[in-house]
Design a protein around this ligand. Structure first.
Ligand code: SF4
Ligand code: SF4
Length: 187
């Protein structure tokens, strides 16, 4: 079911399943998922790619492969991304190149915490907005959640777990609207 929303130019609707689908959410406490959500790599808009490369010398010790493997060369067009273009992160040994060397957690996130940075400034937005995403103006579950996410079904609703990240991208007016819908669907 698509619920109309009006306060954010980039969105016209929210998929009600963000209120009803659940996932484990406490990622670093999870003992069974093996970071399956990171197995395919991620979209990185070219502005984010450039911000990551700007700190490559500091970040490199955290990453499992050399800089030339961090991003695939193909550039895709997508007007819904802030820069209108995105690339894919590299995939090494069956996981995103940025999955930490010890196999748990994102090395970009770890780098941000270790160096006193806000992870929002360096980690790809699709990753910190997970498990929700937006597509053609609709805020909806990331397809990983509906396809094969190992931790799907347990824990909080997608909306509850990502509410503050949604606010960061789309603003408080949208949160006020979504909170009203959430009360209806989360009874
Ligand atoms: S699979 Fe689930 S619990 Fe594991 S890291 Fe991904 S979102 Fe977190
Ligand atoms: S950038 Fe980090 S969070 Fe995103 S897919 Fe890669 S390892 Fe996972």
């Amino acid at each position: 079911m698509l619920l109309p929303v009006r306060s954010v130019p980039a969105l016209h609707s929210a998929d009600s399943s963000i209120f009803t689908l659940r996932y484990f959410a406490r990622c670093m406490a999870c003992t069974f998922c093996h970071d399956s959500c990171c197995q395919y790599g991620c979209d990185v808009n070219v502005g984010e790619r450039d911000r990551i490369l700007a700190v490559k010398d500091e970040l490199a010790p955290f990453v499992r492969a050399p800089v030339d493997q961090w991003f695939k060369p193909q550039v895709f067009e997508d007007p819904e991304y802030p820069t209108g273009k995105y690339v894919r992160s590299g995939v090494v040994d069956g996981a995103c190149v940025f999955l930490s060397r010890d196999g748990r957690g994102c090395s970009i996130h770890r780098f941000a915490l270790a160096t006193g940075r806000d992870y929002h400034d360096v980690k790809p937005m699709v990753c910190w907005l997970f498990p929700v995403c937006w597509d053609k103006g609709v805020l909806r579950p990331n397809s990983d959640v509906t396809d094969d996410l190992q931790c799907a079904g347990a824990g909080q609703s997608l909306y509850r777990s990502s509410r503050e990240e949604i606010r960061k991208v789309f603003g408080s007016e949208l949160i006020a609207e979504l909170d009203v819908h959430a009360q209806q669907f989360e009874r």
